[in-house]
Design a protein around this ligand. Structure first.
Ligand code: ZN
Ligand code: ZN
Length: 342
């Protein structure tokens, strides 16, 4: 059924993703399409191979770094706050506070506004612009940590635990698993803010994104590659940041008796930490926790909430109790479990 008014004329969920008929584009489509609006550079939102991509300049730079400069037929940059007419709708991007360049996509038509948050968080992140609330008739929220059990502690507290452990075990290396886009740079920046000014060793897979962040004004301090040329003894007392997959890899054997750490919102679940053999779980997430999700919906008070990838039921129920109409979109193709940036 098609309607010329209301939400469905602006944006609608389809098997191929959130689709805007009037503008003929998809938001974060899981498969290649002619025209895509991309909220941020994580792999489950930003795929290569679209005909045309509209995104923030930072997200385009990140996609170029990850997929090569030919990642789309054509690209168009849209800075935060700029408005662009696309077919029958107006599109704008607002900061989502998730990773560098991350944006909420707002689509307007005839006085009706829908905002797709993409992934977001509300707490301070020294590596990206803070989330900006956009008054909307429909707000599409993520719900990765949409259960009351998920309450992320202050990140300064988690970094404090890491640095105390380094002090306590000066003969061991601390190997911090962190996703290469966003989490790694945030963890490094937080370690700097906690006063650690020594060299931090990084896995080679992170080099390019670290440099990209630095080009965008995020000072990561002295970094060095964690190469085999370095003697095992030289890594005593060192902090090494690497993609989570590298922790279980033979790559990690070059370090002296490493303390495996993992920076993720999932570390709130002890069984997960144990399962992965994580000795020092660090609960640091780039997604809103339960309190941030509900505070955001409370602040925005949209006419309607649509809930996408994550744990929809509890948030749906919360909205119901608050008198905010809500529905779960059940879009497919997004990593809900061990996805990037969690
Ligand atoms: Zn993400
Ligand atoms: Zn996501």
């Amino acid at each position: 059924m098609s309607s010329d008014h209301g939400p469905a004329s602006v944006l609608r969920p389809t098997p191929a993703g959130l689709w805007c008929r009037e503008g003929d584009f998809y938001i974060d489509p899981p498969r290649p399409v002619d025209r895509a609006v991309i909220t941020h550079g994580h792999a489950d939102h930003a795929r290569a191979g679209h005909g045309a991509v509209l995104a923030t300049p930072e997200t385009l730079a990140i996609m170029g770094e990850r997929y090569g400069v030919d990642f789309a037929g054509q690209t168009q940059a849209l800075a935060y706050g700029e408005r662009l007419q696309v077919g029958g709708v107006e599109v704008s991007l607002a900061p989502a506070g998730h990773v560098l360049g991350s944006a909420q996509a707002t689509v307007r038509r005839g006085g009706f506004t829908i905002t797709a948050s993409g992934d977001y968080k509300r707490r301070r992140d020294p590596t990206c612009a803070a989330f900006e609330p956009v008054p909307s008739d429909v707000f599409i929220t993520e719900a990765t940590f949409g259960l009351p059990v998920f309450r992320h502690p202050p990140d300064t507290q988690e970094i404090g635990r890491l640095l105390r452990s380094v002090q306590q075990f000066p003969e061991r290396a601390h190997l911090v698993g962190a996703y290469a886009l966003g989490k790694a740079q945030r963890v490094i920046r937080l370690i700097r803010e906690a006063g650690w000014d020594k060299t931090i060793h990084v896995h080679g897979a992170m080099d390019r994104l670290n440099r990209l962040y630095e080009r965008h004004g995020v000072d990561l301090g002295p970094l060095a590659p964690a190469t085999t040329d370095t003697k095992k003894k030289d890594f005593e007392g060192a902090i090494i940041v690497a993609p989570p997959s590298a922790l279980a890899d033979r790559w990690s054997r070059r370090f002296p008796d490493p303390v495996d750490c993992f920076a993720s919102g999932w570390m709130r679940v002890r069984a997960r930490a144990r399962q992965r053999g994580v000795e020092l779980p660090l609960i640091i997430s780039d997604h809103a926790d339960w309190d941030e999700l509900t505070a955001t919906l409370d602040e925005l008070r949209p006419g309607e909430v649509w809930i996408t990838h994550g744990r929809e039921e509890a948030l749906e129920r919360w909205c119901e109790l608050q008198g905010i109409p809500a529905r779960a979109l059940r879009l497919v193709g997004y990593d809900e479990e061990e996805g990037e940036g969690e």
